[in-house]
Design a protein. Structure first.
Length: 187
């Protein structure tokens, strides 16, 4: 029996030694279904719920830059305390804009419309909704209006989130520092 067990362990070791392992393409806790949709599983994996660099100083939060899209930082942003999406840090946007897929995943209902001016157009009308919270690390804003832009491929994190913070965009991280005017990270 001992020889058989030793042989099985040896054969198992040989078969596993040649097994190739691929690194996870994206950070976080998720499942990709057969249609290619990313399903967040952060409630099942609390250690990976917020793939953001932790706060490094009082009143400051750092968010890791995952990549840059046209030079603009892309960071992970947590909505409603449990759903993480990649967002462009749009320093020129007054408000936060989400994609229709994000709106559907978050259960955002249209509350009205918003007139939007862009660099190329003025007076565009888009659906307006609301999310319970937007969070990057310990920086959080609650009860946030969001515009749903049908042609977006990735959301835009705007000044209605980071307007109370001083931003420093570095090579690999974005730093959010509470402004010294006595504001807090909670809204």
């Amino acid at each position: 029996m001992r020889k058989l067990l030793t042989a099985l362990i040896y054969l198992t070791g040989i078969s596993l030694a040649g097994t190739a392992v691929m690194a996870q393409e994206y950070e976080g806790c998720f499942l990709i279904d057969k249609k290619g949709n990313v399903l967040q599983l952060t409630k099942l994996c609390p250690n990976n719920a917020r793939p953001v660099v932790p706060t490094t100083a009082p009143g400051m939060v750092q968010a890791r830059i995952k990549r840059r899209d046209g030079g603009t930082p892309v960071i992970d942003v947590v909505f409603n305390g449990n759903q993480t999406f990649e967002m462009l840090l749009d320093t020129g946007a007054t408000g936060t804009a989400i994609t229709p897929k994000m709106a559907q995943a978050l259960g955002v209902r249209q509350e009205g419309v918003m007139r939007v001016d862009t660099a190329s157009d003025t007076g565009l009308i888009f659906p307006l909704g609301r999310v319970a919270s937007i969070q990057v690390g310990a920086a959080i804003v609650k009860n946030v209006p969001v515009t749903i832009l049908p042609k977006l491929e990735i959301g835009l994190l705007g000044q209605n989130f980071f307007g109370r913070y001083e931003l420093t965009i570095k090579k690999d991280v974005v730093e959010f520092r509470e402004q010294s005017s006595g504001g807090t990270a909670q809204k």
